[in-house]
Write a protein that binds this ligand. Structure first.
Ligand code: SAH
Length: 375
């Protein structure tokens, strides 16, 4: 074995393998945030983008390695080599990965490469998407008396011929297991076929959850036998995961997230958002709270999904966004929610397509946005 240093040493950099959580930026841990804010370089995946702090200092170098518009994903070996090179250059690096770095995320391979190269590293766990998705979908995954085992599987292996295989035959007959399948969209039909063939009750409650914990979360539920058809009919796309087990039926009553009045809204509000931000978030909006002027990280976060509305308190805030209006994220459906007359006048003058003048009281704001037909 090698004697790799485990903490920062003279001349060497330091690499933090950091879990970004499942998508909701509020699920980023305090330690993850601290490492990001003090990094020199952040190497991030597509699944982690939404959790980048909007106030990340502009000096932090951002390096996308996942699938993104205009990019091809970097092969794993090249990501490993990049981390080693940055570490050897003496950099403080964050390797920012969706969910938890070690849960089906190839974080282990990155840690091994760093260890072999003698570059000190640490791992900062993050909420893994399977567990977070269950919470947001209303599924208590280890409900007492109903489930005594949680199984996290990479369902994709079901359609591969090489390498270790998931023992679907061992899982299928256990009525007290909750099965969580990552990367299970394309292989869902094959997985369900194998589970039923191995004796799973075809009526077992099952769910597929798309873009869990974000404004775009969608939940499809059906008895396991019918799940592949239901998922196809709904047009579910990645990232998505499935949960199979009797506990899934509790989503009938515990489905709190999708029921909130502002669920589905992705709203922007310049920092500090104060009480307004608290009220909007509590009402279920996904909130972007970028600093003014905007940082590069804020621009990256803003671009990953359509923003449904922006809350303006002043004409200056309207001006600050003028340059962003032709970037991804700013669709034609976006509503400019204006809390003052001057902001309203400025938004109209600059030709924002949907301008609404509303009351700046948090409760009134939530009610107005909640009552508005969504674009
Ligand atoms: N390390 C990650 C998983 C990486 S594998 C984690 O701990 O969550 C990628 C798979 O994770 C996707 O194919 C999908 O199955 C799942 N996934 C990640 N984010 C998700 C999300 N927000 N909603 C649903 N599934 C998600």
């Amino acid at each position: 074995a090698h004697d790799a240093p485990l903490s920062p040493a003279a001349g060497l950099g330091f690499v933090s393998l950091v879990g970004a959580g499942p998508g909701d930026p509020g699920l980023l841990t305090l330690k993850a945030r601290a490492r990001l804010m003090h990094a020199q370089v952040v190497v991030y995946d597509r699944l982690a983008v939404q959790s980048l702090p909007c106030d990340l200092p502009a000096a932090v170098e951002l390096h996308a390695v996942g699938k993104e518009a205009g990019h091809h994903p970097l092969p794993q070996e090249e990501i490993n080599a990049l981390l080693v090179r940055l570490g050897r250059e003496g950099k403080r690096v964050v390797r920012f990965k969706g969910g938890d770095p070690y849960v089906f995320g190839r974080g282990g391979e990155e840690a091994m490469a760093l260890h072999d190269a003698g570059v000190p590293f640490e791992v900062v766990p993050g909420p893994t998407s399977g567990v977070a998705a269950a919470a947001y979908a209303g599924i208590p995954i280890s409900q007492r008396r109903e489930s005594v085992r949680l199984t996290l599987v990479t369902a994709h292996e079901a359609v591969k011929k090489k390498g270790p295989q998931v023992r679907w035959d061992l899982i299928a007959p256990d009525a007290h297991d909750t099965l969580v399948g990552y990367m299970g969209l394309t292989s869902l039909g094959e997985v369900v076929h194998q589970l039923l063939a191995a004796g799973m009750d075809p009526e077992t409650p099952a769910a597929m959850i798309e873009r869990a914990t974000t404004a775009a979360q969608r939940l499809v539920r059906a008895p396991v036998r019918d799940l592949p058809g239901a998922v196809e009919a709904a047009g579910i796309g990645p990232p998505a995961l499935f949960i199979i087990g009797r506990v899934v039926r509790h989503a009938d009553t515990l489905d709190w997230f999708a029921r909130r009045p502002l669920f589905g809204q992705r709203l922007g509000l310049f920092a500090p958002g104060g009480e307004l931000a608290d009220a909007l978030s509590l009402a279920g909006a996904e909130l972007l709270e970028p600093p003014a002027p905007l940082t590069p990280a804020a621009r990256v976060v803003m671009a990953v999904a359509p923003i449904t509305g922006w809350i303006f308190r002043s004409a200056d805030e309207v001006d600050l966004l003028e340059e962003e209006r032709d970037t991804p994220g700013f669709g034609a459906e976006l509503t400019a929610w204006c809390l003052t007359d001057e902001a309203t006048a400025r938004a109209r003058e600059l030709g924002w397509p949907h301008v609404e003048r509303i009351d700046d009281q948090p409760a009134a704001l939530v009610a107005a946005i909640g009552a508005h037909p969504q674009g």
